[in-house]
Design a protein around this ligand. Structure first.
Ligand code: FE
Length: 328
């Protein structure tokens, strides 16, 4: 059950009904995310695997982290690693993650919070569960999305925005059958918590069994729908979708998603993340943690990293495992 829920959705603002001439976006592709392991070994689904970057633009990559129920001692994070040239957006649906960087920044995000990190010119960071959670184990479920930066913004100073769960704008569909959490961008005049560097929108919707969500969507944005859990259908032809599938939609004004009548008993409904943005339309040169415009810029990023120009690991860092009791 996602951390951000509402007891009575009828108290929320409603998404307006689309107009009669509004065009429903058709399904262009449905792909199924392969399962892999990230960092020190936490399970992820690679949501965008096999999809052309031009269909994703301005997005690059997305991992669904978990959902996993850890035993005591099991929770895992990442080692220190660099980034340059893009942004990472970490949305914790359930559980807790700590982050720390080579500029002395850091913080904790949990249960519906989002961390928006603009890597820009470059930094080193680490993402991991806190000591108490490593010791206790528990539920962990989140998303990490990579958003590209245009050429002119790749060299901006690194920056964090920690967005608390309570700051997400919450809306419902006309019949109250869906809860929509606006993490970024805006929906029908209701804006998410912070500004983005390029125009984009990110929503997390829970659609009740049997309910339909018709979401007005900017015509100049692309439209991606990823199923985090549950079953349903999408588009004017009601194409079936299920957990771990990514749908690329074609042009239009409206995104239509239906929750299947029958869901696994542990689920409240169909949970999807809906993304859209204005394509940047620049060449992408990408290797590992660096996303630039040319190969030479990527090579320079590796060199700068090796020379320590992206930062050094803070002296105060205490790896977990050295505190006793915890394993890593
Ligand atoms: Fe990272």
């Amino acid at each position: 059950m996602p951390a951000i829920t509402v007891a009575d959705v009828t108290t929320l603002a409603r998404v307006p009904e689309p107009g009669p001439t509004d065009l429903d976006r058709r399904v262009r592709s449905v792909t199924t995310a392969p399962v892999g392991y990230e960092g020190e070994g936490f399970p992820v689904r690679r949501a965008f695997a096999g999809v052309d970057l031009r269909d994703l633009d301005p997005f690059l990559h997305m991992d669904q982290m978990g959902e996993v129920e850890y035993a005591p001692g099991e929770p895992k994070g990442t080692p220190w690693h660099p980034h340059r040239g893009f942004e990472t957006v970490t949305y914790i649906i359930d559980g807790t993650f700590e982050h720390m960087d080579s500029h002395g920044g850091g913080g904790t995000i949990s249960d519906g919070d989002t961390q928006w990190m603009t890597a820009g010119s470059g930094l080193l960071h680490i993402e991991r569960p806190p000591e108490a959670l490593v010791a206790s184990g528990g539920l962990f479920h989140g998303l990490q999305l990579w958003v590209n930066l245009p050429r002119a913004e790749k060299w901006v100073e690194p920056k964090y925005q920690d967005l608390r769960a309570a700051e997400a704008a919450l809306l419902t569909s006309p019949d109250g059958g869906a809860l929509i959490r606006v993490i970024a961008g805006e929906l029908a005049g209701h804006a998410g918590p912070r500004s983005t560097r390029t125009p984009m929108a990110m929503m997390h919707a829970t659609i009740s069994p049997g309910a339909q969500l018709r979401l007005p969507w900017r015509r100049d944005f692309n439209a991606l729908v990823y199923v985090m859990s549950g079953a349903g259908s999408i588009g004017p032809d009601a194409q079936p979708i299920e957990t771990g599938q990514l749908v690329v939609l074609g042009p239009g004004d409206v995104i239509t998603v239906n929750g299947a009548n029958h869901q696994e008993s542990r689920l409240a409904g169909l949970d999807v993340v809906i993304l859209g943005g204005l394509p940047i339309q620049e060449p992408v040169a990408w290797a590992g943690p660096f996303v630039m415009n040319t190969k030479a810029e990527v090579m320079a990023a590796f060199e700068d990293y090796q020379k320590g120009k992206l930062g050094v690991i803070p002296a105060t860092y205490v790896p977990h495992g050295s505190l006793g009791g915890a394993t890593s």
